[in-house]
Design a binder for this molecule. Sequence first.
Ligand code: UD1
Length: 441
Amino acid sequence: MKYLIEGGNRLSGSIPVSGSKNAVLPILAATIITGKKTILHNCPDISDVRCTIDILRHLGYGVERQNDTLIVDSTCEGTPQVPPELMRKLRSSIIFLGAFINRFGSAKISYPGGCELGKRPIDIHLAVLSEMGVQIQEDAQHILCDAPRLKGGEYRLSFPSVGATENVMIASLIADCPVTVKNPAKEPEIVELQNFLNAAGANILGAGTDTIQIIPQKTFHDCEYTVCSDRIEAATYMFSAAATGSVLTLTNAPLRDLNRITATLEEMGVYIITKRPDTLTVIPPKRLKPLNLIATMPHPGFPTDAQAILMASLLKADGTSMIVENIFENRYNHVSEFLKMGAEISVSGNTATIRGVNHLQGTTVYAKDLRAGAALVIAALSARGTTVIHDVHHISRGYENMIGKLQAVGAKARIVSDTEPNTMEFRQILPNETTFHSLTQ
Ligand code: UD1
């Protein structure tokens, strides 16, 4: 699959934000500890969710989709093993580790996959679980865990890792006394996991702060939960509006989780009008102001997941901006592709300097990871001529119907198969048509 995008025209109208990828993935893994039925609303139809459903079904659990609702039935026993080919499909498969320890007292998994953003080790996950009493054996392919008993008490993460915090929260529910987690991740997705687990019968406090307390809980009940909207998807369309000089409204937007994005856009001269509870309108200036220095940091700092899409909107800003990437060591995959489009960027270590240019030119580029791909879409929308974006399967991991949503606000964009010619013969994507295959079958 590839995307063809003809840039240069203004977008206008309204885009609905889908459910949060990074919230729903750990919640889906956590459903297995309940041994009950879970109804989850606002679940995006993206390939990472489809892979997680494949894992749940492989484990023996029932999963049904009805529009944006997923019904997970984990009443049967299941099995604590995920085959390597499923594990490798996404990074968040690692959250099944905590879920298996909770449900089975043991786990056998291989190393997770996900975007190539550097080393992405799991040492912090394993260090805390090991301190809690989990016996861990690792070889080149597998991690074997045995947890006859989990010791409660106070544990400190050496870095506020999102995944490690989620694993520890889920595993800790079977500890022999309350668990206190110090220096946890404070991302909104951590709060979502707490709220979901509490809705199913757990008693967890403090998610979103510097200390999380987990009261052990072994029995749960059926539950119904609505997943929050995706703050990074919302940010992507906010930066798209800024980069193309377009007035765009977002509905179903997670306003509370967008403060850092909104503040950054305001610094760039963009007006954001919010209408509670979940609607905002982005009104950009004629030309965006550059940012002196912006650094990615754990929440509530500027999110690393929005670094590439921010950079895409700074490519034509009125001056020079500097970005420092502090979370992942290999997260400038988009830079080489922006350069092909005429951007002026230099990277030294983890610092990127972006000199705003007057024009970007459409050309052939490659999506090398999820957010790098989304950033290329933004650059393409603001470029002259047609951009061909290859390897868009990375984008489908985290964006529901991105091309359809952009078409609905006037973007000239198409999804075509790799073998089709790069012509912009325009055709509206119908709702729920996310891939070329689904268009043709
Ligand atoms: C999650 C998000 C991802 C986001 C990231 C940071 C999901 C599915 N993914 O990823 O989109 O970019 O948070 O906000 O929710 N680290 C270690 N050892 C560990 C764990 C992490 O060194 O055991 C390092 C990582 O290599 C990385 C940094 O810590 O450099 C942050 O990783 P972490 O917060 O764990 O991110 P993920 O949970 O993988």
